[in-house]
Design a protein around this ligand. Structure first.
Ligand code: MN3
Length: 221
């Protein structure tokens, strides 16, 4: 009998511990769900934030419960990503990537800072050339993933990652500090754009928060 009861007691203990150590939480949006209309529709924003992002947060907390990863920041986890289970990679990436995504979007008609604009011109030729390069990276990512603008060694670079990977992970082909990420999962655009990912990628440039991307660029140098 004792052998039967002991695992049950342990299960209760772990459940309590899980509740105590749940550290990751869903960040609130800085704007209304409809703020990015007509380029990104309100229902997509609501489902994307309240359901998809919430699920990444919940599943990350579950995956980390009772492990040493509970005491680590996401950046620390990403640096040793290859040593963690897939659930931490997928949901930790999902939480981080979406937290960044919401902040680099806004309907504020912003432009890159003088410094960022100069770096974009020097690296890609022009802002339009950067947009084209990011759109190609996003459009050619098979299945689900992200297109990234990141900084490494003071230089700008464009890349894409599968699933919820990002350039901070040790498993990324192109590593760096992400300053702009574009979600190319179907859940990011399907209600309005259906299968037309390139149309979504074209439209999203109308709602990029260049003030935030410029701030992140400065911080990443
Ligand atoms: Mn998403």
């Amino acid at each position: 009998m004792g052998l039967v009861l002991r695992p049950q007691n342990k299960k209760v203990f772990l459940k309590l511990k899980t509740k105590l150590y749940m550290i990751h939480t869903l960040p609130a949006l800085n704007y209304d769900f409809a703020a990015l209309e007509p380029h990104i529709d309100a229902m997509t924003m609501q489902i994307h934030h309240d359901r998809h992002h919430q699920a990444y947060v919940d599943n990350l907390n579950k995956a980390l419960a009772g492990t040493e990863g509970e005491s680590k920041t996401l950046e620390e986890i990403f640096a040793a990503m290859s040593t963690y289970p897939a659930a931490v990679r997928n949901n930790g990436g999902g939480h981080f990537n979406h937290s960044l995504f919401w902040e680099v979007l806004a309907n504020n008609n912003s432009q890159p800072s003088v410094e960022l604009a100069a770096a974009i011109d020097a690296t890609f030729g022009s802002l339009d050339a950067l947009k084209e390069k990011m759109n190609t990276a996003g459009a050619t990512r098979f299945g689900s993933g992200w297109a990234w603008l990141s900084v490494a060694g003071g230089s700008l670079q464009v890349s894409s990652t599968p699933n919820q990977d990002n350039p901070l992970m040790d498993v990324a082909e192109v590593k760096g500090m992400p300053i702009l990420g574009i979600d190319v999962w179907e859940h990011a655009y399907y209600l309005k754009y259906q299968n037309k990912r390139p149309d979504y990628l074209k439209a999203i440039w109308n709602v990029i928060n260049w003030d935030e991307v410029s701030r992140r660029y400065k911080a990443a140098l």
